[in-house]
Every structure is written in structure tokens, then in C-alpha cells.
Design a protein around this ligand. Structure first.
Ligand code: DMJ
Length: 468
């Protein structure tokens, strides 16, 4: 019985007919199905998933992440949450690695204790742990995964008890005491997908109400003239702290969640918010170079572009632009990000897009560029995007695969390895590579919305608004 409940393909196929669908610019109901798999590259990606997971199991089982150089585990807090297990489970399911998925699920059921006696990041716990549990529940129907999701959702809720409704950046998962007075826009505005799904699945509207409150507080903070936000805010007063408008780390997933929240919940107000924000960003933060369209950093009050700085994280935007219907800008910016990728081999965390001078040289096995390739390929069927994905895959294998896992690079220029394999490598980078070469019926984008950690959440049928 359990094995049957654990057959992900059955559930995915069932959900293709039973789940709702959203209208987006990438997949119409049959369009996604017309994409054929590249079975050769797909199996090469699957081998990398099995390898990375196998090394984590061998050297770091139960710990948060693998240290691939020292062949050991590392933990974020006083007690591990098995971050790689919770974050990686749905990738194992999607790739059809059933034995590995069963082992991951068994660990979550018997060993995942969410009463961690530490001040944990509310944002990271939401996107990795809650997102991973909800997605694995959606793919399998396993009720214990939903129970665990409710448990972590309840432990996160005290963070929203602030005068503004902006959540605090940390909460002690054991005592429920939230802390931190300043948070960034991504940490404040990246909740509606997980909390919206949790409310739908549990019937408890407290979660989605909290997420909506945080988005409303950000909306109220946008500069009335430019429509832009800064990067960080005081969650008690709403006062701006870092007054830099940009689309990379610290802001990125707020923009992504306005669009995807509208798709997941069928909520036109969120969709309208996304279009208003992206219009302001396009008006004030763009710059064109010989390599294509770039997004820099500016002053949210005057709207003046100040720094030609971008990085690996910001290259999620081509995918979001494309999903939001702007395939022209998505393609233009995606090409520019990919020119930079070819210049460096793998994208560093921060660089000047005019000169390609490096501001932060590390490459952390991040997913954003291949994430954008997935949206661009599914929207355009242009084989160039798959070809670029093959180059990324082979570069990762050549430069980052070591004997005991995949290693980050401390400097893209020297290729020196770092002793870390972040949990998002399995959750996101390898999943998006898999999806790039899978057929279009694998998690079609009209039926699934991906959270910012690449956890697919089902678009629900029926009345769409909840907790509004
Ligand atoms: C992930 O945890 C998420 O994608 C987040 O939105 C940004 N940082 C990493 C990946 O780069």
C-alpha cells in the first residue's frame, strides 16, 4: 500500500487531470505536452542526482548539508533538520529514484524534529523545509508530510506578530520567540506560495492571511513616484534601512512571488501588483550593453540607476519575465546572463555587467540561470536554451564534481573548490536541469507553480481566492 502511495508518476499523472490549471505565458494545456524529452541528457542529469544524493547519504546522512571535500556533514543550527533530505526529496521523486525517495521520506517521518532550539531563519525554513514538505505531500499524497508541514507552519507564525505585519527574520522553533528588527524584501515577501498552499491543504486561513499582510506592507512601502522598493526595512516601524532598489539577492523572490502567487491562487490583485512592480523595474533599473539587456541597482526615490552590478542570483529574472508574458525581455536578459556565464565559465555571485569585473567571485552551485532556461525553453521551444543547459551541465561536471560530491567554487577565476554542497543544488539546480531535458508533460507549468526553492506546488481547482 505504502509503495503504491509512493509511486510519484501515478500521482503526477493523476494530478494532470485532477488539478487545476493557471493561465500563464509559458504552457497552455497542450503546449507543454508537445515537448519531447532529450533522453540522453536526461539520463546524464539523473546520474548526477543519484551521485550527489549518494555522497550525501554516505558521508552526511541526517546532517543539513554535505561537505564534499572533507567527506562529512555540516549543520546550520543546534540540531540538524536534514535540510538536504527535506529539500531534495521531490527531486528524487521527479527523477524516479524511488528507493532513495523512500529512504528520505522514512527519515522525515521518524527523525525530523522541528522543535529546533535555535533562532532559525524564517525565510530559509519556509522555502526549504515547508516548501519541500508541501511539494512532497502534493506529489505523493502522504498525510504525514502534511502534518509535518502544519507543524513547521505553526512554528513560523509567531514571526508575523509585528506592528507592520512584516515577519521577523528569525524565530526560535522550540520556544516560538521571534527576533530581529530589520529584514530584507525577499525575506518579508516570500511566503504566499507556501502559506497559501498550507492554508488550502489544511483549511486553516491563518497562514495565507499572514502572507498577504506581509505583501500588503511591502506594497504600502513602495515609493509613490518611482514604484520601487529599497532592499531592507525595519519590521516594527516600516522605515527603510538600505535604500537600494535592485532585483538580486535580498529582493528577488518578492517579485517572483507576486507573479506566481497570482498564478497559484488565481488572484488578479497579485498579478496586477507584479505587473506594476515589473513595469517600475523595467523603467528605472534596465541598461542595454552589447551583450543584451541588464538590470542594475538604483535609488528607489529618484529612480536613478546607480551601480551596474548583478550576479548569479539575479539571473532568475529572465524566467520570471517569461512566465509573466514578456518573452522579449526574458529572452534579451537571458541571453545577456548567458554571455556572462560563458565569459566566466560559471556565474559568480556579483559582477559588473559593463566590464565583467568581479565583485564576489564565488560560485555556489546556484540554480537561477538554468531555472530561466527552463521557462525560456518551454515558452519558445528554441533548442539554443537546451544547448546552453548542456554546456552548464558539462561545466558543472568538469569543474565542480569531486570524489565525494559536488563542490562550490570559492573563485570562478581560479576554480578553487569550497567545502560545501548547498541543499539547493539537489533541490533546484539538478531539478531544473532535469526539467530542461524532460518532456513537457513533466510538471507542466500550467498545473504546477514552483516556489523559490524549486518545489512544485499544485494549482488548485475550484474557487481560487482564499484568505483575501
Ligand atoms: C535558494 O535558496 C533560493 O533560490 C533563494 O530564492 C535564493 N537563494 C538560493 C539559490 O541561489
Amino acid at each position: 500500500m505504502i509503495r503504491k502511495a509512493w509511486c510519484p508518476l501515478l500521482l503526477i499523472v493523476a494530478c494532470l487531470t485532477a488539478c487545476g490549471s493557471s493561465e500563464n505565458a509559458v504552457d497552455d494545456a497542450e503546449g507543454g505536452g508537445r515537448i519531447a524529452a532529450d533522453t540522453v541528457t536526461l539520463s546524464r542529469v539523473r546520474e548526477q542526482i543519484a551521485f550527489a544524493w549518494g555522497k550525501y547519504v554516505e558521508h552526511a546522512w541526517g546532517h543539513d548539508e554535505l561537505r564534499p571535500l572533507s567527506a562529512s556533514g555540516s549543520d546550520w543550527y543546534a540540531r540538524p533538520m536534514g535540510l538536504t533530505i527535506v529539500d531534495g526529496l521531490d527531486t528524487l521523486l521527479v527523477a524516479g529514484l524511488h528507493d532513495e525517495a523512500n529512504a528520505a521520506r522514512a527519515w522525515i517521518v521518524s527523525d525530523l524534529d522541528l522543535a529546533v532550539p535555535s533562532n532559525v531563519s524564517t525565510f530559509e525554513t519556509n522555502i526549504r523545509v515547508l516548501g519541500g514538505l508541501l511539494s512532497a505531500h502534493a506529489l505523493t499524497g502522504d498525510p504525514i508530510l502534511l502534518q509535518k508541514a502544519v507543524d513547521v507552519g505553526d512554528r513560523l507564525l509567531p514571526a508575523f506578530d509585528t506592528p507592520t505585519g512584516m515577519p521577523r527574520p528569525e524565530v526560535n522553533l522550540s520556544t516560538g520567540v521571534a527576533s530581529g528588527a530589520v529584514s530584507n524584501v525577499a525575506q518579508i515577501g516570500t511566503w504566499i506560495l507556501e502559506f497559501g498552499t498550507l492554508s488550502r491543504m489544511s483549511g486553516d486561513t491563518r497562514y495565507v492571511t499572514a502572507a498577504r499582510g506581509a505583501l500588503a506592507a511591502l506594497e504600502a512601502s513602495r515609493n509613490p513616484d518611482t514604484g520601487l522598493l529599497g532592499t531592507s526595512y525595519d519590521v516594527d516601524t516600516g522605515a527603510p534601512i538600505v535604500q537600494i532598489a535592485q532585483v538580486g539577492g535580498g529582493v528577488d523572490s518578492w517579485i517572483e512571488y507576486l507573479l506566481k502567487g497570482g498564478l497559484l491562487l488565481g488572484d488578479p490583485a497579485l498579478t496586477a501588483s507584479y505587473h506594476s512592480v515589473i513595469d517600475a523595474v523595467n523603467e528605472h533599473l534596465t541598461e542595454r550593453t552589447n551583450d543584451g539587456l541588464w538590470y542594475g541597482a538604483g535609488d528607489p526615490v529618484s529612480g536613478r540607476l546607480m551601480f551596474p552590478l548583478t550576479g548569479a542570483l539575479a539571473c532568475f529574472l529572465p524566467g520570471t519575465l517569461t512566465l509573466g508574458g514578456d518573452v522579449v525581455r526574458g529572452t534579451d536578459h537571458g541571453r545577456a546572463c548567458d554571455v556572462a556565464r560563458r565569459h566566466f565559465g560559471l556565474l559568480p555571485d556579483a559582477f559588473n555587467y559593463r566590464t565583467y569585473g568581479v565583485a564576489a567571485a564565488n560560485h555556489d552551485l546556484r540554480p537561477e540561470l538554468v531555472e530561466s532556461f527552463v521557462y525560456l525553453y518551454r515558452a519558445t521551444r528554441d533548442e539554443t536554451w537546451r544547448e546552453r543547459g548542456r554546456e552548464v551541465l558539462e561545466t558543472l561536471i568538469a569543474r565542480c564534481r569531486v570524489e565525494d560530491g559536488y563542490a562550490t567554487l570559492t573563485d570562478v577565476r581560479t576554480g578553487e573548490h569550497g567545502d560545501a554542497m548547498p541543499s539547493f543544488f539537489l533541490a533546484e539546480t539538478l531539478k531544473y536541469l532535469y526539467l530542461l531535458f524532460a518532456d513537457g508533460a513533466t510538471l507542466p507549468l500550467n498545473a504546477w507553480v514552483f516556489n523559490t526553492e524549486a518545489h512544485p506546488l499544485p494549482v488548485f481547482p475550484g474557487p481560487q481566492r482564499i484568505g483575501a
